[in-house]
Design a protein around this ligand. Structure first.
Ligand code: GLV
Length: 308
């Protein structure tokens, strides 16, 4: 089989796939070859997808398929397989742990106090009283939910359809979302970017959170209505309903320098670094997927309607 790789560091990915699939021919998009069977890509240019419209399928070298599904060059009906966890779950769990502890252990407050040389201990809220809500229970959301639960936080999870995860209180549907929102001190958004999830965090959902709740978004920027978020955060003088936010994903990346979120005193920003794709683990999964695909076995493809 002939595989074409397109991603930053493509030669490294090519070698990782070659070593796992010794029978395959693996190229990068710089090689200018045709007659490709499978594409393994992250954010490819439309022209690359158009050039290889006869390929049998695409492996998306990330968890979110929004960029690929929105790519104007994507041939209609082209089957897509996406990475599922592939080591990203643990990176994401660490990012979310950091964020939850930032608020639960009051590091946000201590940071502000430190700037004013202020020495003042804040009463500690126990982990068992700090419920965390995870929106999105795909492979990564599930991993994060279970990690936080085993750390000792009560964890509520939400997905569109019912799920069961050991150690996690699972909710689903619109009613389930409202129930979850009223119960959590930190809300974590790990949903895919789809028509159904766009601005799921809006004035109404933010108002359903308890006073002093906090938000962590390492998912997609489109999940959040930014104007509603700024309103809920309040300003320097008037703290709003939302105590703070840790944000890693934005509708426009890089986040423009004049975006008011950069300057907000209770917002922390990271540059979409929460869960990079680890090459070795991902290459294991890609190689196994391509082997199964080539052997005519069933592979779990993305549903373009639901968007994941
Ligand atoms: C990164 O954002 C990914 O979808 O893997």
């Amino acid at each position: 089989m002939r595989i074409l790789v397109h991603i930053d560091d493509a030669p490294m990915w090519r070698d990782a796939l070659k070593s796992r699939l010794p029978q395959a021919e693996v190229f990068t998009s710089d090689d200018g070859v045709d007659d490709i069977d499978y594409l393994a890509v992250w954010k490819p240019p439309a022209s690359l997808l158009e050039r290889h419209a006869n390929a049998r399928g695409i492996v998306n070298l990330g968890a979110g398929v929004d960029a690929l599904l929105n790519n104007p060059g994507l041939p209609k009906g082209m089957p897509i397989v996406k990475l599922r966890d592939a080591g990203m779950g643990e990176f994401m769990a660490d990012y979310v742990r950091y964020g939850v502890l930032h608020f639960q252990r009051d590091f946000d407050r201590y940071l502000r106090q430190e700037r004013n040389a202020q020495w003042k201990e804040v009463p500690l809220v126990a982990k068992r009283d700090w419920a965390v809500g995870i929106l999105g229970l795909g492979a990564i959301g599930k991993h994060v939910a279970q990690a936080l639960a085993s750390d000792g936080f009560p964890v509520h999870g939400w997905s569109r359809s019912p799920k069961e995860i050991e150690g996690v209180t699972c909710h689903h549907g619109d009613d389930g979302l409202n129930t979850l929102l009223t119960r959590v001190r930190t809300l974590v958004t790990l949903l895919p970017d789809t028509a159904a999830t766009r601005h799921i965090i809006n004035a109404e959902t933010l108002a359903a959170l308890p006073e002093g709740a906090t938000l962590i978004n390492p998912g997609r920027g489109t999940l959040i209505d930014e104007a509603a978020l700024l309103e809920a955060l309040g300003d320097t003088e008037n703290e709003g309903r939302l105590r703070g936010a840790l944000l890693d994903a934005f509708p426009e990346e890089p986040l423009p320098a004049d975006n008011p979120l950069w300057a907000h005193p209770r917002v922390r920003i990271t540059p979409h670094m929460a869960a990079p794709t680890p090459v070795e683990e991902a290459a294991d999964q890609v190689a196994e997927t391509l082997r199964a695909w080539e052997a005519g076995e069933t592979v779990e493809t993305v549903d373009p309607q639901s968007g994941y």
